[in-house]
Design a protein. Sequence first.
Length: 399
Amino acid sequence: MTARVCIVGAGPVGVVAAIACARKGMQVTLFEAEREIDHSPRAATTHPSTLEMLGELGLLEEFQSLGLVARHFQFWDGATKTLVAEFDHEVLRDETPYPFVVQTEQHKLSELGLRRLSAMPNVEVRLGTGVVDVVEDAGAVRVATSGVERHVFDYVIGCDGGRSTVRKCLDIEFEGYTWPERFLVLTTLFDFEAALGCCPRSYISDPEEWTNLFKVRGDDLKGRWRAVFPARENESDEEAFSEGAVRRRLGKLFEDHPMDLLAHRNIYRVHQRVAKSFRKGRVFLAGDAAHVNNPVGGLGLNCGIHDAMELAETLHRVASGQAGEELLDRYERRRRPLNIEYVQQQTVANKKRLEERDPKVRQANFDELRRTVADRGLHKRFLMRTSLIESVRRAREIA
């Protein structure tokens, strides 16, 4: 009997989960509350380990054509405007066919995925249909949607974001904390690479106000830069978006930044949280529904896609009779501790490195980065971790 799988949320994790499940022969229904995919600036960095997974699904070639390849990333000292260290993914050449990251905005992956799903006969996509209740009952899961419809599935995967309705229906605690400062994103058409000599992924440490600076292609594929800054704890939206504040922040990067090149501004709360459980019976959490983190290092979305691929394989093995129901427990055994170790801990460390104020600690951080880059073994070990290749291999070791 064909397994019926409900996926809630058509973000990148949801569409990857839907494609992966459908390719394994499951009957998939994808619900998304919004009628259109959100194009606001969100995750954009896709690491080598995730590129391998997109390659398995036949998505990589088109996905890469919508973004740009970034082989290097840099750490800068913003106080002195000097380059501290440059990391080169080429040292991973023997570990992955993709020794680089691809900078492609997450909405492009969602839309690409939806196009692929529309051509799959065992998939139903329901945009503009939100899930309002999820209840497990006698070997099945009953799902209620906003149209007062009732549906029955064998499994449900909640990929519906940090405010997940599925997680709330399961009454699973979202453990962790919210950072006191919000993150401000200023998107500009100005070319920082030409002006500053920085590469398309640059992390700028500054005791006063750090910056995460990276390039994407935009919907027009002409290229734009996102500059991420910490807003002051008491800074209102109006103050952060004001011309004076925007001019000051962008002026720290390049003194004569033209204001008419500013394309978008956004501000949002930042959390470090992990669901106490990633599974309750036949209902699972993946992506932001299961874990959220600050974006420094670009790890959250990648980990979510890894969740989706793990779940598709696990459900397939159980549904096809290759494994018993006890295999479902392995999903949480693998995904929860690995998120804490490789995503939560790493993104907190990344943020602390950028915002460090103690001169001696800042210098020690810079010295360590320089030593790491200069030693090929340390360089490779650092990138194996930050690219999540190490976490994928660790997952396979957890029975």
